[in-house]
Design a protein around this ligand. Structure first.
Ligand code: KG4
Ligand code: ZN
Length: 392
């Protein structure tokens, strides 16, 4: 089965072609084409992601990404045809809210022969609704044009799969498994009893971890996205044995539940650095204590959940799992204290949003795919939870 996957939930525009042989989770996967455009340089100017800017960029970039992914897969065959005016009208109508995309897709369809695609997988949530819609409408237009079914995908299930995928197969997981999903928009602990049976046992009450990283980075005068920058400064402080001039809080460390809160930590940094010109040593010290605080809280909550639910597998996913200190701390801590628990962290190139993970999650959910004639009710859901039935 050849899956074309589309990801536009935030600031990455990504399209992949993945071939799956066998059924989930025992299939073999081959990544035939993988195209990704990160809008980070565009958003850096604004210091964050503006949904309207991101939406416009997705509309501009989707067709070039489709062309690139199909080209890599050797599935771009030149053709010359003219879409019937009825087809053109249907396409324009589907993409009426995505300026420029209808025209670009019409030109693409007239220029290339129809590729052999069996399933289209598209992220429908969680994420920024305006940008999710661009991907959804693009998927619908392609589905009509090629008469291919569409499966809606939960972005977070994608992150889980991204973390355990070895490039070809999904490993046999020992359940119950626990996913710690940490990104710019999410911080959650999800108990997985088996594939498809998920329960969110904890989440952030305010800022997501990545959001806290990005906001603290801004206070320290670093560029967006700040997560990687803080990681670099903190590593420098560890290397040079520099500690913080202020002791930051470890929020909700012993709250007795699995929830998180990072806005107080962020505020503590704000007070510490307010109206102060920090020396380089002070800056790297604060970055280090901030990273320490986040890591301590994440490990403590994960440990409590592992003990309470008899967890055998921990899966860490989402953009913040690129953080070296968090990755290494989790691996060494659990290796020492819970040697029977396997800890998965994603390969660095798959920590941030990508469309390979959407193809994998689409394959896992392929039974929920709908025929092109049923796609009118496919909707974006910015707050879609893992385990929630994806509405049509
Ligand atoms: O999963 P992702 O790419 O997008 C969302 O779905 O949010 O995560 C992006 C987040 C940003 O907040 C970014 O600062 C953070 O992940 N991030 C990091 C690192 N790399 C990315 N945070 C800490 N350390 C890193 N090395
Ligand atoms: Zn993500």
């Amino acid at each position: 089965m050849r899956i074309l996957s589309i990801e536009t939930s935030c600031d990455e525009t990504a399209v992949s072609i993945v071939e799956a042989t066998g059924s989930f989770p025992h299939a073999r996967y081959s990544i035939l084409g993988n195209a990704l455009f990160s809008q980070i340089d565009i958003h850096r100017e604004y210091g964050g992601v503006f949904p309207s800017v991101a939406k416009r960029e997705h509309a501009k970039t989707l067709v070039p990404m489709l062309e690139k992914a199909l080209g890599e897969a050797g599935m771009l065959d030149a053709d010359e045809r003219t879409l019937s005016s009825a087809d053109q009208l249907a396409l324009e109508e589907t993409l009426v809210r995505e300026p420029g995309l209808g025209g670009a897709l019409t030109r693409f369809l007239e220029q290339y022969r129809e590729p052999h695609i069996d399933l289209i997988a598209v992220t429908t949530g969680p994420g920024l609704e305006p940008t999710l819609w661009v991907g959804i409408n693009f998927a619908r237009a392609l589905a009509y044009a090629w008469n291919v079914p569409v499966v809606p995908v939960n972005h977070m299930e994608g992150h889980v799969l991204s973390s355990i995928f070895d490039g070809e197969t999904i490993p046999d997981l020992a359940f119950p498994a626990l996913s710690l999903l940490i990104s710019g928009g999410h911080t959650e602990l999800v108990l997985m009893k088996e594939w498809g049976s998920y329960e969110r046992i904890g989440e952030t009450r305010d800022d997501a971890v990545g959001e806290a990283f990005d906001k603290v980075a801004r206070m320290l005068g670093l560029t967006y996205p700040g997560g990687p920058e803080i990681g670099k400064l903190a590593a420098e402080a560890r290397e040079a044995n520099v500690t913080s001039f202020v002791q930051l809080p470890r929020p909700m460390l012993d709250s007795g539940d699995f929830d998180f809160s990072f806005s107080g930590l962020k505020t503590a940094v704000r007070y510490a650095v307010a109206e102060k010109t920090l020396t380089h040593e002070e800056r790297i010290g604060v970055a280090r204590d901030f990273e320490d605080s986040v890591t301590t809280v994440l490990i403590r909550k994960t440990t409590k959940a592992v003990e309470k639910y008899g967890v055998h597998t921990i899966i860490i996913g989402g953009g913040v799992s690129a953080n070296t200190f968090i990755r290494e701390s989790f691996k060494s801590y659990f290796w020492e204290k819970f040697p029977m628990v396997t800890v998965y962290v994603p390969p660095r190139n798959l920590t941030t949003d990508n469309s390979v993970m959407i193809a994998l999650a689409g394959h896992a959910r392929k039974d929920t795919a709908e025929a092109p004639s049923h796609l009118a009710s496919l909707v974006a859901n910015g707050n879609l939870a893992l385990g929630e039935r994806i509405p049509y």
